[in-house]
Write a protein that binds this ligand. Structure first.
Ligand SMILES: Cc1cc2nc3c(=O)[nH]c(=O)nc-3n(C[C@H](O)[C@H](O)[C@H](O)COP(=O)(O)OP(=O)(O)OC[C@H]3O[C@@H](n4cnc5c(N)ncnc54)[C@H](O)[C@@H]3O)c2cc1C
Length: 412
């Protein structure tokens, strides 16, 4: 879902749409539901081609063998707010000058307000040999519904050797997911007495393990516990699945251009990611391709009747569902203020969260703002590994997501 269209009944080629229109992902459904709670008279249209909706945060748990993949998928139709109009099409082009949007299916929709939230694009083809080797011969990824279960197959069948975990040099959704699965694997190997036969390596395009020092300190102890080797400033360029080798190229000051071919027995790959191409190529994009919005009001820098939130937005914070929980009420309040010709007063401070699984039954709940300053919910030191926080991730958050967040009942 992706566009909010306050629609005037127009016949001709321009199809009447709805007041507001979004996409059917985490951000879009949460916002559409919240807006209809705030003002049931709003006319909302949802442009969303997918018949399925996914609770993606649980894919890490699926990869660790402790969550059923089937429970992460539900029918989109069950979460489209009753009063909204669902348009099963693909948004494709924007005409912000004309307050219009065109779909791949050739329909043109006009709007008074637009909220853009199509999520992030996974660029599997950016790595030579990845698409054809994914899901077999030891190459796995939690970043898709289809391949997350295979990750646990790889962990379960691992008998020793090189276990490689990869993080790209691009922004990704859930910056913790590329290494959370590594801590689960190390813990699994330890519990099954094969940790001493495992050579666990992290190959990351990042500059450090985690942005916030307070939480990174704990993660470094987990790294030590798993005897994990860390490599930074490297890019995965190629996978030779026949010989089970991966090619990494250095891009840091000390390793620029350095080529390393690494043998793997299994390898978890996080695909390079970007804004969707149709956003990148649109007048809405900033220099990096993300939707160009004000980081506090979430209003578009150039087009005042356009907002954006979620993974596709150019907000300088970690791209998570948790961030959307705080972004949604900001957009709702500011949009409704504009609808009533009032000044926008809601301001988003960059809150985001990463539930860092560090083992089976262990989790560090990282919560922080734009300045990487901890912004914690609970009255205890959240940098400690806790069983209670692991249960929050595995048992409570999925229920909150389906039962409250997508229904617009749990924002802020
Ligand atoms: C493995 C993994 C682990 C994660 N772990 C966590 C976690 O622990 N905590 C956390 O907070 N977050 C986590 N996340 C991140 C979280 O899932 C995302 O940040 C969140 O789903 C982003 O929401 P969104 O609405 O921006 O995009 P999405 O939820 O991805 O929705 C985008 C929607 O747009 C639709 N769409 C795409 N293109 C078009 C088009 N052209 N026209 C119309 N519709 C279109 C799609 O069909 C989709 O429904 C994780 C993600 C992954 C993959």
């Amino acid at each position: 879902m992706l566009n909010i269209l306050l629609y005037q009944i127009k016949q001709s080629h321009e199809k009447p749409l709805s007041g507001n229109c979004y996409r059917g992902g985490n951000a879009g459904l949460s916002l559409a539901s919240l807006l209809l709670i705030k003002d049931p008279n709003l006319k909302i249209g949802i442009i969303e081609p997918s018949e399925k909706h996914y609770y993606q945060p649980a894919w890490t748990l699926v990869g660790g063998g402790v969550f059923d993949i089937k429970k992460t998928e539900r029918s989109e139709g069950d979460y489209i707010p009753k009063k909204a109009t669902w348009i099963k099409e693909h948004a494709d082009k924007f005409e912000p000058e004309n307050n219009a949007i065109i779909t791949k299916e050739g329909q043109k929709y006009s709007y008074d307000y637009l909220v853009v939230c199509p999520g992030i694009q996974l660029n599997w083809n950016a790595i030579k040999g990845l698409s054809e080797s994914l899901g077999k011969n030891g190459v796995c990824s939690n970043y898709s519904f289809k391949t997350a279960p295979y990750t646990f197959e790889c962990i379960k069948n691992f008998k020793g050797g090189n276990a490689i975990f990869h993080n790209p040099d691009t922004p990704v959704k859930c910056g913790g997911a590329p290494h959370k699965i590594m801590y689960m694997a190390a813990d699994y190997f330890r519990k099954h007495g094969i940790l001493d036969k495992a050579n666990i390596q992290y190959w990351s395009g990042g500059t450090k393990l985690f942005a916030v020092d307070k939480y990174e300190k704990t993660l470094m102890k987990v790294v030590k516990r798993g005897n994990i080797k860390l490599n930074f400033f490297v890019r995965l360029e190629e996978i030779d699945s026949t010989n089970k080798k991966a090619k990494f190229v250095g891009f840091g000051e000390s390793n620029k251009g350095e080529v390393t071919w690494v043998d793997y027995d299994f390898m978890h790959v996080t695909p390079p990611q970007s804004a969707p191409d149709f956003i990148k190529n649109s007048p809405l994009a900033n220099a990096a391709g993300w939707v160009d919005v004000n980081k506090h009001t979430l209003q578009h820098i150039k087009y005042p009747n356009i907002f954006s939130l979620g993974d596709a937005s150019g907000l300088p914070t970690s791209k998570t569902g948790a961030a959307i929980r705080k972004q949604t009420p900001t957009v709702a309040e500011n949009l409704i203020a504009l609808l009533h010709n009032k000044p926008m007063t809601a301001s988003y401070m960059g809150y985001t969260s990463c539930p860092l699984i560090t083992g089976y039954g262990k989790l560090v709940l990282a919560e922080f703002d734009y300045n990487n300053k901890p912004m914690e919910t609970f009255p205890f030191d959240q940098s400690k590994e806790r069983w209670s926080m692991y249960q929050l991730k595995r048992e409570v958050l999925p229920r909150m997501y389906w039962g409250a967040i997508l229904r617009g009942k749990m924002q802020g």
